[in-house]
Design a protein around this ligand. Structure first.
Ligand code: ATP
Ligand code: MG
Length: 245
């Protein structure tokens, strides 16, 4: 894996801008006024109490929910008013999405599952790339073993591998560790941080887990459909994080 792309300074360019999002349902208000920016190369968490609007924000960012007000741009393109056909193509090229561990087909290997998930999204992934991504998720030794014989943590890693393999510019992940124990959760946070250091993929992750603070560059805190706080964590930047590539 080549390092130069990873050494560019993070935060120099906005991958996504979220502006004034509001969304109400018959049952109540999900988003009142949400604005934030996601700088390129950062590992960003979106936190807040249950029903604060986290999943709603992700759903608007991936274009499956249209807001009542406000807009989201990703790579300078407004995804809130894109036609369905364009959005579909745009997402395939630029956005990786992981909601929860996908259903694994136990009759196939880990590598085949990654390929099947990518194919389902009409993305072709080379063997070389699967091995490369397995390295990021510490799955090289498991690639040709039966999928599903592993833990929940492994299933989540397979889903993350499939989402990262096509090299999306941004990865949106909703509560990847909610079903995992503490040690496994920390491993997944570390791997997602590695993705932002070693790949040109920026990560926005919804989480309830307080341990995530130890790993992210920035935390956006929602409360009742508004941004309550935005916290910047001082991480060592760039090259010192790519030792061991
Ligand atoms: N499709 C929907 N129809 C009706 N109400 C919705 C819908 N989606 C979200 N809501 C409501 O909007 C509010 C915000 O929901 P959202 O799922 O975004 O919260 P969240 O922060 O992701 O919560 P959690 O931590 O429990 O996942 C909640 O009150 C929820 O019930
Ligand atoms: Mg949610």
């Amino acid at each position: 894996m080549s390092a130069p792309e990873s050494i560019r300074p993070r935060g120099s360019e906005m991958i996504a801008t979220v502006r004034g999002l509001a969304k109400s349902y018959a049952t109540g208000v999900a988003l009142r006024d949400v604005s934030f920016d996601i700088p390129r190369g950062e590992f960003v968490s979106l936190t807040g109490h249950t029903a604060s609007g986290k999943t709603s924000v992700i759903s608007v960012m991936e274009g499956i929910v249209k807001p009542d007000r406000g807009e989201v741009t990703i790579f300078g393109r407004n995804v809130t008013n894109m036609s369905e056909r364009r959005l579909d193509a745009f997402k395939r090229k630029n956005i990786g999405i992981v909601y929860q561990a996908a259903l694994i087909d136990r009759s196939f290997t880990v590598a085949e599952n990654v390929r099947l998930m990518a194919n389902a999204n009409r993305q072709k992934i080379s063997n070389r790339r699967i091995v490369e991504v397995a390295g990021l998720f510490n799955m090289v030794d498991r690639l040709f073993g039966q999928a599903g014989s592993g833990s929940g943590g492994e299933q989540m890693r397979i889903s993350l591998m499939a989402a990262v393999a096509p090299s999306p510019g941004i990865l949106l992940v909703d509560e990847p560790t909610s079903a995992l124990d503490k040690g496994t959760s920390e491993a997944v946070f570390g791997m997602l941080r590695d993705v932002t250091r070693q790949e040109d993929t920026t990560v926005l992750m919804v989480t309830h887990d307080p341990v995530a603070k130890e790993y992210v560059d920035r935390e956006i805190v929602l409360e009742q459909g508004r941004v309550l706080d935005e916290i910047l964590y001082d991480r060592a930047t760039s090259a010192d994080n790519i030792i061991g590539v």
